[in-house]
Design a protein around this ligand. Structure first.
Ligand SMILES: Cc1ncc(COP(=O)(O)O)c(C=O)c1O
Length: 442
């Protein structure tokens, strides 16, 4: 009988896997072969409940029939169209659809293929915006400690996750960082937004005073920091950042690659927190994770700054071969249809209180030192094993997978962000299994 290489690959060596301990994985691989709704099926035929929506991206669940059909149909109509000096209708339709649901003030869409590219695009737009307005000295970028903005050079420069930076040389110069917002001992086990920490936004005034506002182009933050292990913004913090950036003519970029498309129980974090940024970066939930696609949303004011000069001249020397790809556009439109027709953002908001109580019920479990949550996101922080950081949480991940649930760990923090179609019985299964895992954990 012929070997089914899709199910049982006979050589794992060639694929250099991303963000993976390759040698460890290849000794004991975890292989997913199909998926539907809330579940994956593994190569050994087990069902695994998806507690992280793929990688914070499959918000409508797996193999959503509308999205699958849209991709099939589009592949047979227009497979590819050049993105430069040419157009196709779906990319324009999608942009309009995005603006319809985007936070107030967002009027234009620039397409990319990933969150990392959205970040690079937003940083470049910010610098070019100031130059277009005759303020070419504004080139400095401000990120935040523990921030994650993808893996390209701009993103790791403004990002603040140490291991993602330290191997890669000098990165961009002219970058500074705000302090992160995690305050152990002050906000532990907070449900939703913590009380303490708004003052940390005042650090921006110090950075502005140090360099001079005329040198600073933009501040970029994740409204809820996801990859570092779920840090919810303290009450008043984002508002303060907006106030200080506006005062000094600095653009505010919200990286909504995770928080966009219902994850917080609202379309976008900007809407949830009622703070209006100048640029928003998107990816992941834009196509339900099915086809790579990202986007940057820009205000009318940012866009208008570029629309000067002779009309035959390209206004922004930037773009990707696959910007607004027809099949990705079709997938994204079907995804937006699904979110709207199935009421998934509202569903996430309705489920959030149940989710909150469920995750906080793990407070008394062994090793748990903090729990944080908002919308359908949760972070459960474990006491690290002395001298062996990350090991305890990674063991929890492996045990959880054996017991049929998929979680994610970062450092010693368990992060969960299930598809927005999750039912209460799934929440119960995730929590009961996690309790067992934590009880057995060394
Ligand atoms: C906030 C944020 N920005 C950017 C990215 C990078 O996205 P991608 O992996 O699609 O490049 C991520 C990915 O997790 C993210 O969480």
């Amino acid at each position: 009988m012929a070997l089914d290489r899709a199910k049982v690959p006979n050589d794992l060596n060639a694929f250099w896997m991303p963000f993976t301990a390759n040698r460890q994985f290849k000794k004991s691989p975890r292989m997913l072969v199909s998926a539907e709704g809330m579940h994956y099926t593994t190569s050994d035929g087990r069902q695994v409940l998806d507690g992280i929506a793929g990688l914070w991206c499959c918000n409508a669940g797996h193999n959503q029939p509308r999205i699958v059909q849209a991709i099939r149909d589009q592949a047979g109509i227009l497979d590819y169209a050049p993105a430069f000096q040419m157009g196709h209708p779906l990319a324009f339709e999608l942009a309009n659809r995005l603006i319809d649901i985007a936070p107030k003030g967002m009027e234009h869409v620039f397409y990319t293929n990933s969150g990392s590219e959205s970040v690079e695009t937003a940083l470049k737009i910010a610098i070019a915006y100031h130059r277009a307005r005759g303020e070419g000295t504004r080139t400095r970028l401000i990120g935040r400690e523990r921030g994650y903005h993808g893996v390209n050079f701009g993103g790791i420069s403004v990002g603040g996750i140490v291991n993602n930076r330290k191997f890669f040389g000098n990165m961009l110069n002219g970058v500074d960082h705000l302090p992160h917002t995690h305050l152990p001992g002050q906000n532990d086990f907070t449900k939703g937004q913590p009380e303490h920490g708004a003052h940390l936004a005042d650090e921006l005034e110090r950075i502005v005073a140090l360099h001079g506002p005329e040198t600073i182009a933009a501040v970029i933050v994740e409204p809820v920091a996801g990859s570092t292990g779920v840090l919810i913004p303290p009450r008043g913090y984002l508002e303060k950042l907006r106030e200080i950036t506006t005062k000094h003519g600095i653009l505010l970029i919200m990286d909504e690659v995770i928080t966009g498309f219902g994850r917080l129980g609202a379309s976008f974090a900007a809407e949830k927190f009622n703070v209006q940024p100048d640029l928003i970066t998107l990816a992941k939930g834009l196509t339900n994770g099915v086809i790579p696609m990202g986007a940057v949303l820009a205000t009318g004011a940012v866009h208008e700054a570029f629309m000067e000069g002779p009309e035959h001249v390209i206004e922004l020397f930037h773009g990707y071969t696959y910007s607004g790809n027809p099949i990705a556009s079709a997938a994204a439109i079907a995804t937006l249809d699904t979110y709207r027709e199935d009421g998934l953002f509202e569903r996430a908001a309705d489920m959030a209180p149940y989710w909150q109580e469920a995750v906080h019920s793990l407070r008394d479990c062994r090793h748990v030192i903090d729990i944080r949550n908002m919308g359908l996101i949760a972070g459960i922080e474990l006491e690290p094993i002395a001298g062996e950081p990350t090991k305890r949480a990674f063991s929890a991940f492996l045990k959880a997978y054996e017991k049929g649930i998929m979680i994610r760990t970062t450092g010693d923090i368990i992060a969960m962000s299930p598809p927005l179609i999750i039912e209460k019985t799934h929440v119960d299964q995730l929590i009961t299994t996690l309790r067992e895992v934590l009880t057995d954990l060394d």
